[in-house]
Design a protein around this ligand. Structure first.
Ligand SMILES: Cc1cc2nc3c(=O)[nH]c(=O)nc-3n(C[C@H](O)[C@H](O)[C@H](O)COP(=O)(O)O)c2cc1C
Length: 327
């Protein structure tokens, strides 16, 4: 069976959501990224992000930073939490990260990336993986000799000890705009010098597209991010499409069954965060994006009410009403 991974996402891939995705067949889940410097300083809100449980394995904890010593120290701290993988973020495009020379900011300084990888790989025995983008911007997608930047980077990362590489098919300057370009991901995978697993990422939103990514680009795994919002069953839907075998929960099919999963997620979020209102606010991203609530006739007011509700009872009553009206 072709593996499907849940992408690392800040403020999204907490234990509550990871476990749901796992139940629906995600073959690996990632924590949201963890700031290496804050880990080293032992900031409580950051160390909390290291909480993982056996039931979500295999699980990868992702760290970001720009200083090799701090990244190595952070990796040693992360290793105590016993993740299956430690992932290094070389792809985050947001200003507060890339603008400070971490995440995708490092794509302008490959020697610095290799220093970080060397320092981290030397300090832990857990497999170290990396996640990156195609390059900094359109003009740096290819080296002067015509080799794609990311093909060259992948070779260097492999030589430096990276065990697996995930590639999001966009440049840093694209942020999340435009379409992910999988052709360069395919070139990395088809480079005969590359023997580490290559994980493709970007804009996989349907079973058909996931199959195409495996078939056309040959990647070893497909990583799914935004399409899982309010739809953790996407992993099951894709697996069902790819194969008749079921080693995972079947996807819920009716609106009522899907809403039951969303309610479960709300409860799990409240429990994880330890506060009803905050747990609900945290769940709103999923309500807003869930395919369950897309395209419903005359839904605007209900949608506003759903995104404003502040108690569990209110949210559940609105959801029950939606099921009654639309299914
Ligand atoms: C809200 C949000 C938070 C993200 N946080 C992270 C992160 O912490 N680490 C990381 O490597 N990528 C992060 N990403 C990028 C995703 O992992 C993924 O590469 C990107 O969304 C493209 O995949 P998709 O089209 O399947 O969503 C984030 C993306 C989103 C939308």
């Amino acid at each position: 069976m072709k593996p499907l991974y849940l992408a690392p996402m800040e403020d999204v891939t907490d234990p509550a959501f990871r476990l749901l995705c796992k139940r629906f067949g995600a073959d690996r889940v990632y924590t949201e990224f963890v700031n290496a410097d804050a880990l080293v300083r032992d900031v409580a809100s950051t160390t909390r992000k290291l909480q993982i449980s056996d039931s979500e394995r295999p699980v990868s904890i992702q760290i970001y930073g720009k200083d090799p010593d701090s990244m190595a120290e952070a990796a040693r701290i992360v290793e105590q939490a016993k993740p299956d993988f430690i992932d290094l973020n070389f792809g985050c495009p947001v200003k507060k990260v890339a603008g400070k020379g971490a995440g995708a900011g490092l794509l302008r300084n490959v020697p610095a990336i290799l220093d970080i990888v060397g320092a981290v790989v030397r300090s832990v025995s857990t497999p170290v993986t990396a996640k990156t983008r195609l390059g900094w911007d359109e003009s740096s997608l290819f080296l002067p000799d015509g080799t794609p930047f990311v093909v060259d980077l992948a070779e260097r990362l492999q030589d430096a000890g990276i065990a697996e590489l995930a590639i999001h098919g966009r440049t840093r300057s694209q942020m999340y705009r435009g379409e992910a370009d999988w052709t360069l991901i395919g070139e990395v995978k088809n480079n005969p010098r590359i023997h580490i697993p290559i994980i493709g990422n970007g804009d996989v939103t349907t079973p058909e597209r996931a199959k195409e990514c495996f078939d056309r680009y040959g990647v070893d795994a497909v990583m799914i991010g935004r399409a899982s919002f309010g739809a953790p069953w996407i992993f099951a839907e894709i697996k069902e499409y790819l194969s008749a075998q079921r080693s995972f929960s079947a996807p819920p099919r009716s609106m009522a069954a899907k809403v039951a999963v969303l309610k479960e997620h709300v409860l799990a979020s409240i429990q994880w965060i330890g506060d009803e209102r905050k747990g609900i606010v945290h769940s709103r991203r999923h309500f807003a994006a869930s395919p369950v609530f897309k395209g419903l006739f005359d839904f605007k007011q209900t949608r506003i009410a759903l995104l404003r509700a502040e108690t569990r009872d209110e949210v559940f009553a609105i959801m029950d009403d939606i099921v009654a009206r639309y299914s």
